[in-house]
Design a binder for this molecule. Structure first.
Ligand SMILES: [Zn+2]
Ligand SMILES: [Zn+2]
Length: 341
């Protein structure tokens, strides 16, 4: 049976890297897929041999040509889309889950994902809701209304989701679930923080950790704001969870496989602590908004491009400090002003 082939549009293939497949170990492949985001040029999907086919962990985001990019990466290591036996997703961010629907439909396989995926699925079919969510974060952070309006005008039809379409997971990927592969059984560990739906997969005999965006080769922090009471606290607890596994090789959602998994976990902890302390220090004098303190936490100025990420992260630190009783907030219009408690 010949599957319908999608082409990579020439304006994309000329501008960007192409999908690439490489073998990491016998029976385990990295599929490196291009992303349209400045500063984050690729994401990884992982293929693990299983019976006559393979388990695919993560999918890349969906946009014109993205299925062709995935097929190209697969072909380089002699894999085929119709041999996917299961799609398992580390978390419901666009770049890890966007193509789940078309892959499952082509391969006739199941999707397994953590049930707390509302942070992604609620806005996946509604670009204007995704934009409204970002503007609300800006408002709470103290961004002036004129700047918010200018930002909104950049996305007249909302923020495209990068999700082909939403399909419900066939099985909830929660603690204790096991995934059988040719490399042995992988165990699921819930690791919320980066996203409420985040899980890591661990193969204990080989000590392999598929870490999604929870632990990356290059330390980078991100939290979904507004879905759970304390993403930073959840993230720190989740770091303890994976540290106890004593993994030998980290296979993350972006970048190359890395050893010294413990060192990377320790690096993430240290960066979180440093940013928490910077936030606590920044509100010792006059009450300040997240907008006012975000640049000092991140050591870089806010721009329209990075504002949504950095303000969400800043609000999460303040929320964590508030739960620890170290800061308090008082409303100022739609925004909050924060001060040392
Ligand atoms: Zn992510
Ligand atoms: Zn990612």
């Amino acid at each position: 049976m010949t599957a319908r082939r999608e082409q990579i549009p020439s304006h994309i293939s000329a501008r960007r890297a192409l999908g690439r497949g490489e073998r990491v170990l016998p029976g385990l492949w990295r599929l490196r897929l291009p992303l349209p985001w400045p500063g984050v040029p690729h994401c990884n999907a992982w293929a693990i041999a299983a019976g006559s086919g393979f388990v695919l962990v993560d999918t890349g985001m969906h946009e014109p040509g993205s299925i062709a990019q995935l097929e190209r990466a697969m072909e380089q290591v002699n894999l085929r889309m119709d041999r996917v036996r299961l799609v398992a997703v580390t978390h419901a961010h666009t770049d890890h889950w966007g193509q789940a629907a078309p892959i499952c439909e082509t391969a006739g396989c199941e999707l397994w994902m953590h049930p707390n995926h509302e942070h992604a699925t609620r806005v996946a079919d509604d670009p204007s809701a995704a934009l409204a969510q970002r503007l609300e974060i800006g408002r709470q952070s103290g961004v002036p209304e004129a700047a918010l309006q200018r930002y909104g005008e950049r996305f007249p039809s909302g923020i495209p989701s990068g999700i082909a379409h939403v399909i419900e997971p066939d099985r909830p990927l929660v603690d204790g679930v096991e995934i059988e592969t040719g490399l042995g059984t992988w165990k699921v560990y819930e690791t919320p923080g980066h996203a409420p739906s985040h899980v890591c997969l661990f193969q204990p005999e080989r000590r392999l950790l598929i870490s999604g965006d929870h632990v990356l080769g290059r330390i980078s922090l991100y939290y979904d704001y507004g879905w759970t009471p304390d993403p930073v606290g959840e993230f720190l607890s989740s770091l303890d969870v994976v540290d106890r596994l004593d993994a030998r090789l980290g296979l993350s959602g972006h970048g190359k496989p890395f050893v010294d998994v413990h060192g990377h976990i320790e690096g993430s902890r240290a960066l979180v602590r440093r940013r928490l302390e910077t936030a606590a220090t920044a509100v010792r004098g006059e009450p300040r908004t997240a907008l006012e303190i975000a640049p000092s936490i991140h050591d870089q100025p806010l721009t329209e491009r990075n504002a949504s990420w950095l303000l969400s992260e800043t609000l999460c630190y303040l929320q964590h400090l508030e739960r620890e009783g170290r800061v308090s907030r008082k409303p100022d219009g739609d925004a909050a002003r924060w001060r040392a408690a």
